[in-house]
Design a protein around this ligand. Structure first.
Ligand code: TXA
Ligand code: MG
Length: 353
């Protein structure tokens, strides 16, 4: 199959292009499109065989459920068994936007979408292209991130093509996405509601609307036999191809530890890649490493929007080892950035003294 690329104006997408992509979706096609977080790979959510083709194209295990994207809260209501407590307030505060709500699924939603769970994850994206596409298709759109399973999510159309060229029908190219990390997933079927995946909407801003929102406890390797509360809690995900090691601690010591580890690996003949903030870059001067920049290390928004592209740059440079330092900040969007760094590293974390 040839993957068609449709370039659109991200702020006000051309109606003809949107109509073409929407028709493809309605006919059961696989269409990647930008959202404010990352590119999604969309499919008609009520078309079972199309949903199965999507799992195949991504190489995604069938037990990992999809997020259904709709245009408004009223469309979400049609897919669930009654709106749970807090849904209305959270939707009013954060929709359209990068918040995904898990609710009890209604009979309209196929098993293939929810991986057999009795719940369904729903969000109303804010990106003009995503919104226009959902409206024009007139159907709910199931869309995981448009990457091959376990790879870093795509923040540009070219990242989608790196993974899925020839495996999907279309890419609607609306340029780089804004946030760069995925939506926050909140389970509303429990009391209190629980954040299953940290994301673009911070815990602080959720708690400003619903103070009792809790954080999911990440299962550790020791809990290996326990069922996952959400497959999104897998510990290695969003990863570069090479093994990655994350250094955690105070900035001065982690910077030094990454430099020392890089030198040692180079000495054994390895090709080394590092994730580096603007301030880190000079640390690597004179070393034969591939540096992937993640921007201003004092701004989570900057790092979030660069992170996945940087991991992909290191893949393209074919490094054999990726080194990065963790951030000390914990609040706001940092929580999602730190979560993705830890998962990219498959929880291989070193704490230098
Ligand atoms: O920002 C985003 O959320 C992007 C854009 C495209 O909307 N989508 C995205 O989808 O990241 P995906 O499939 O890569 O991640 C969906 C996450 C997974 O962690 C999945 O386990 C979780 O949502 N999820 C989906 N349905 C669920 C459910 N019923 N219960 C619990 N977790 C669910
Ligand atoms: Mg994903």
């Amino acid at each position: 199959m040839t993957t068609e690329i449709l370039k659109v104006n991200p702020q006000s997408p051309e109606p003809e292009a949107i109509a073409r992509a929407a028709r493809c979706l309605r006919d059961g096609g696989l269409v990647a499109f930008p959202t404010e977080t990352v590119y999604g790979l969309g499919v008609h959510a009520l078309d079972r065989s199309a949903v199965l083709r999507l799992f195949e194209a991504k190489g995604r295990p069938a037990n990992d459920p999809l997020i259904v994207h709709v245009a408004a809260l009223t469309d979400a209501a049609a897919l669930v068994l009654g709106l749970p407590t807090h849904a209305d307030r959270l939707a009013r505060a954060f929709w359209p936007g990068p918040l995904t709500l898990v609710m009890r699924r209604g009979p309209a939603v196929p098993d293939e979408v929810t991986a057999g769970l009795e719940t369904v994850a729903i969000r109303v994206p804010a990106h003009p292209v995503a919104h226009a596409l959902i409206l024009a298709s007139t159907v709910p759109i199931a869309a995981p991130s448009a990457n091959l399973f376990s790879r870093p999510s795509p923040t540009r159309a070219e990242h989608v093509l790196q993974d899925l060229d020839g495996r999907i029908d279309m890419v609607v190219d609306g340029g780089a996405t804004d946030v760069g990390v995925e939506s926050t997933v909140v389970d509303l079927t429990t009391d209190p509601p629980v954040v299953l995946r940290a994301g673009a909407v911070s815990l602080e801003s959720l708690r400003a609307v619903v103070p009792e929102v809790a954080l999911a406890v990440r299962p550790t390797e020791a809990d290996g036999n326990m069922p996952m509360p959400s497959p999104g809690l897998l510990s290695r995900h969003y990863s570069p191809r090479a093994p990655m090691v994350l250094y955690r601690g105070r900035q001065a010591s982690t910077r030094e530890a990454v430099r020392a580890a890089a030198s040692a690996a180079i000495a054994t003949g390895q090709r080394v890649g590092v994730l580096a903030t603007d301030d880190d870059v000079k640390t690597f001067e004179g070393l034969d490493v591939t540096v992937a920049g993640i921007g201003d290390g004092s701004r989570a928004e900057h790092v979030a929007s660069r992170l996945y592209a940087a991991l992909r740059e290191l893949d393209i440079a074919a490094v054999g080892l990726v080194l990065a330092r963790d951030f000390e900040q914990e609040d706001g969007l940092w929580r999602a950035v730190k979560d993705r760094l830890q998962r990219a590293a498959g929880s291989v974390v070193m704490v230098p003294d």
